[in-house]
Design a protein around this ligand. Sequence first.
Ligand code: ACO
Length: 322
Amino acid sequence: MARRAAIIGTGSFFPPKVVTNNDLTKVVETSDEWIRSRSGIEERHVTDYATATSDLATEAGKKALAASGVDPLSVELIVVGTTSPDTLFPSVGAILQDRLGLKKAVAFDVSAACSGFNYALTIASAFIENGTYNNVLVVGADTLTKYVDWTDRSTCVLFGDAAGAVVLTAKEDGSGVLSNYLYTDGAGGKDLVMPGGGSRDPEMRNGRFIKMNGKEVFKFAVRALEASVVEVVKKAGLELSQISCLIPHQANIRIIDHVIKKLGFPAEKVFVNLQKYGNTSAASIPLALDEAVKAGKIKKGDIVVLAGFGAGLTAGANVIKW
Ligand code: ACO
């Protein structure tokens, strides 16, 4: 049988501080009703100033490694999807290599915003399939609440902080990543931008906050999520009816509802936890996957689809046989 990347451990972590919709009504002119009805979000977890993305990623990574049972010294690669690294360099991956004692692993970050985990998983699975590595840690982690303008009600209500991780190992028993699909639309990049902090504006003269054209991102998200699911399932040689569990990026319940309606996909097979966490960017899919696994929603032999979209603009999806 083909050599594939199988998920043998999952883990996740979010900061303890909860900010409810009602808390936000004290910060901006909004209401619990508006946020719930337009996004589905009820609360989110927010980091304090001293906590950085690698701190959340370290905890998620520890849990995934413990669940997998792999020897830390047998992990050969770490790929982290993040757009809120602690520093421009070193990478969050390099920080994790040191903190988690994965002394033999090479490590790097992938920048694809909310699709970051799908991109990281795609890269990691290719390295396993081609025989380069046997054991890989893949992480999605972001702290975008540090980059939202807390006076801009159209963005600050949407985001939360978290990290999620999986351990992949090479298997030849039919399980593992069956197909990947990635998509980028650079022309749409202007609709979701963090202008400050990069080499274009290191002094952040243009501001240090996320700028989003919500309506355009919404339209892209609906189109891209539907296309990603259709394409990745086709690439796996499967039909939609064979999918046991769909885990979409947890940005907005209206995006998810639109897409599953268009696909004719049953809502009971879609895992949603965005009401508790908001949009945690690259962490959203591995956090939801970890919860779904722990809740017993994913069993051996199940076909799971992970599908994300985000700034770039980017989209990506993976089909996994559990
Ligand atoms: N509370 C109350 N009113 C609000 C709020 C708020 N928090 N935010 C906006 N409004 C107001 C607007 O000002 C507007 O008022 P106006 O008509 O008087 O101008 C009205 O509500 C409607 O605003 P819209 O932007 O049309 O609201 P919409 O229904 O489009 O919902 C939303 C906005 C939730 C942002 C939606 O467009 C969306 O989800 N877009 C996609 C966002 C997304 O998924 N982004 C993440 C991508 S992932 C990544 O890579 C980071």
